[in-house]
Design a protein around this ligand. Structure first.
Ligand SMILES: C[S@@+](CC[C@H](N)C(=O)[O-])C[C@H]1O[C@@H](n2cnc3c(N)ncnc32)[C@H](O)[C@@H]1O
Length: 320
């Protein structure tokens, strides 16, 4: 068995089962884990899934490894949604949260909602169209890295009207009526152009990669990467799929690291990364990692593709 490396392999996608491959990574070496695992066996026809009854048992050893590799001030964001079966929402996500808290000491710090603003209409006898997914935010500690200014949003039109006439109450700190210890002073926002966002993200489901049936839009990992990491930090996606999280890292100058089980998606991710690097003239330098023992392809680039890109670069340069 390959030994645990002293530093994580950076900017690579590892081909294989994340439960096994995560064991190759050192403790406390990752700043953010952002991922979307199979939602039980929703898409068993396209990629492996786990039946609902076994889901929690399947995921817990993986979340245990994630706890180990995450830095003490890091965050784990789990994009997931439970299925409805026989007219009833299933409870495996809720059970997973409970087990992660109780068995593994994860803190369930927050729940963000991804509101899919363009999900197409439909008619069901017992519910309306499902237009949101959970992004569960887990941390190891109450204090964690969070760069809130990076995701501020324009104040919006409401501010002009609301802030033009302030009541007496608006001009002093107004304590929450539910004794949460939280309060607000509306007058603090007069004259500001930006405000902090809510915990609901309004993003379309559209993504540039149509070859993966469950790819999320790049703006989803991007938002959390900006919120929880800084440049050169390390972001792990153990269910990398078509490489969306890696692309978000390349766009924001973070290091990525991913695992993907299915060769077809692994290739897709490697090619998306190579294409991005080629388009933006990023270096293709290969840094094979000793702990991976030749199991991965250099720098997330599939060799045949790498050779093709190098050939193309050579031709371009010899023409110039
Ligand atoms: C919901 S998809 C992720 C899609 C990805 N976020 C994207 O934008 O393309 C889940 C992915 O996990 C992969 N997968 C399933 N079980 C896995 C495992 N044990 N280890 C690594 N990858 C796995 C599937 O092949 C699938 O591509």
């Amino acid at each position: 068995m390959a030994s645990v490396a002293s530093s994580p392999p950076l900017d690579q996608i590892i081909f294989g089962n994340c439960l096994e491959k995560l064991k190759l990574l050192p403790d406390s070496s990752v700043d953010l884990i952002f991922t979307s695992p199979p939602y039980a066996d929703n898409r068993r026809k396209t990629y492996n899934g786990t039946p609902i009854k076994d889901y929690v048992k399947w995921f817990l050893p993986i979340s245990q490894e994630l706890f180990r590799v995450l830095k003490p001030q890091g965050s784990f964001v789990l994009n997931i949604k439970e299925r409805a079966v026989n007219g009833e929402r299933q409870t495996y996500v809720l059970r997973l949260i409970l087990e992660m808290r109780e068995q593994q000491k994860w803190l369930w710090t927050e729940e963000y909602i991804w509101h899919k603003k363009n999900s197409y209409p439909g008619k069901w006898p017992n519910r309306f169209r499902d237009a949101w997914e959970r992004c569960l935010h887990f941390t190891k500690n109450k204090k964690f890295n969070m760069y809130q200014e990076e995701v501020m949003v324009p104040m919006g039109k409401w501010a002009e009207k609301r802030l033009s006439k302030l009541s007496t109450e608006d001009q002093t700190r107004h304590e929450s009526k539910v004794s949460s210890g939280l309060g607000r002073n509306v007058s603090n926002w007069v004259g500001r152009e930006k405000a902090y966002p809510t915990n609901v993200l309004y993003l379309p489901t559209e993504c540039s990669n149509k070859n993966h049936s469950a790819a999320f839009p790049v703006d989803l990992p991007l938002w959390f990467i900006r919120l929880f990491t800084q440049e050169n930090d390390v972001v792990l996606d153990p269910f990398m799929g078509s490489g969306t999280t890696a692309i978000a890292c390349l766009q924001t100058n973070r290091h990525f690291l991913g695992v993907e089980l299915k060769e077809e998606y692994y290739r897709l991710a490697c090619e998306a990364i190579a294409k991005y690097r080629e388009t933006y003239s990023l270096p293709l330098s290969a840094v094979p990692h000793p702990a991976l023992n030749g199991q991965t392809l250099t720098n997330g680039v599939y060799p045949s593709k790498l050779e093709r890109i190098r050939d193309a670069n050579d031709t371009k340069h010899s023409r110039a």
